[in-house]
Design a protein around this ligand. Structure first.
Ligand code: AMP
Length: 319
């Protein structure tokens, strides 16, 4: 039975510690409707719960080293099989080594999938220390603050401390990560340049750079533009699948009625994926009119194709 590829959007947020993956990631989540999977968060959770993985990772993490490839791969493998990843997922902090990238690609190949988009947030090393050492986090939500660049309301010009650093939304106390120190940052940056950056060569066909050393609004606009391009590519891919179905002869063998059931099944599959694609990308509907028009045109072309085939079923037989 012919099946079309699943159109999971598999995206990687790439960048050194402090580049803004945690800050901008949630906005991408809102736009794509797919979860952000941070291996750092998962490992911190394991450390807090004192699991076997947590015990193995704690010291390495605090010193700014890398946890073993097998451990992180095991965590990610289970996580991307969860139902909330059905439409896709955003990888944050994974892969961190070429070995992890190879393992990830091999795993995705099993389901005929691959990474669709890599966004590299670029920031010079020289400004990362101030970003990292001033960072405070709301543990439950992952919201990130900075004593200078993004202070919580509670700070109100006072000295940063547990008493003065509280989450804007819940009022809960913020925390500093044990590895957000100048000493650990040296090791984390070394690991990033030596082990992580070489991964980019592998994904250069779908990698985009964003200057993350500019205002948050400007970074958001640059990210939006890239995501918008991605949505068009996904639509094109679905359209191609539809074309392929219409020209495939083997689907039309042993036709009992005007439309073979295999054909109908595939058509339904594509239509539902197309609709899911639209639902998965709410940003399409928030774009200015010109962008909406483009998508509407796309959708109308697709619907036209389906309508034409329904009106002329005899063309399918022995096509
Ligand atoms: P992050 O929150 O992404 O900065 O990660 C915090 C720490 O968790 C890193 O410094 C590593 O010690 C560990 N870690 C997170 N993701 C990975 C990974 N993919 N491979 C190895 N270690 C990781």
């Amino acid at each position: 039975m012919y099946t079309i590829h699943d159109h999971r959007i598999i995206m990687m947020l790439f960048g050194p510690p402090g580049a803004g993956k945690g800050t901008h990631g949630p906005k991408v989540v809102d736009k794509l409707g797919t979860p952000q999977l941070s291996t750092g968060d998962m490992l911190r959770d394991a450390v807090a719960k004192d699991t076997e993985v947590g015990k193995a990772a704690k010291k390495i993490m605090n010193e700014g080293g890398l946890v073993s490839d097998d451990i992180v791969m095991g965590i990610i493998k289970d996580r991307i099989a969860e139902p909330d990843c059905n439409k896709g997922f955003i990888l944050d902090g994974f892969p961190r080594t070429v070995k992890q990238a190879e393992m990830l690609d091999a795993l995705l190949a099993e389901t005929d999938e691959k990474v669709n988009l890599v966004i590299e947030l670029q920031v010079p090393d020289s400004i990362l220390e101030e970003r990292i050492c001033g960072r405070w986090i709301h543990k439950a939500s992952g919201r990130s603050y900075h004593v200078k660049f993004n202070p919580p309301k509670s700070l109100a010009g006072r000295t940063p401390a547990a008493k003065t650093m509280k989450d804007d939304e819940t009022g809960e106390i913020l925390m500093q990560r044990p590895d957000d120190t100048a000493e650990a940052l040296v090791k984390r940056l070394q690991a990033y340049h030596n082990e992580t950056e070489p991964i980019l060569a592998r994904y250069k066909k779908c990698a985009y750079k964003v200057n993350a050393n500019q205002s948050m609004d400007k970074v958001s606009v640059d990210l939006d533009n890239i995501l918008y391009g991605l949505t068009i590519c996904v639509m094109e891919k679905v359209s191609l699948d539809l074309d392929n179905i219409f020209v495939r002869k083997d689907l039309n063998q042993n036709v009992q009625g005007p439309l073979s059931s295999a054909f109908m099944e595939c058509l339904g599959d594509v239509a539902s994926k197309f609709c899911k694609g639209i639902q998965a990308i709410p940003m399409l509907f928030q774009k200015p009119k010109s962008n909406r028009q483009k998508i509407d045109e796309y959708r109308n072309t697709m619907l036209d194709k389906v309508r034409k085939q329904e009106e002329q079923p005899e063309k399918l037989v022995g096509a």
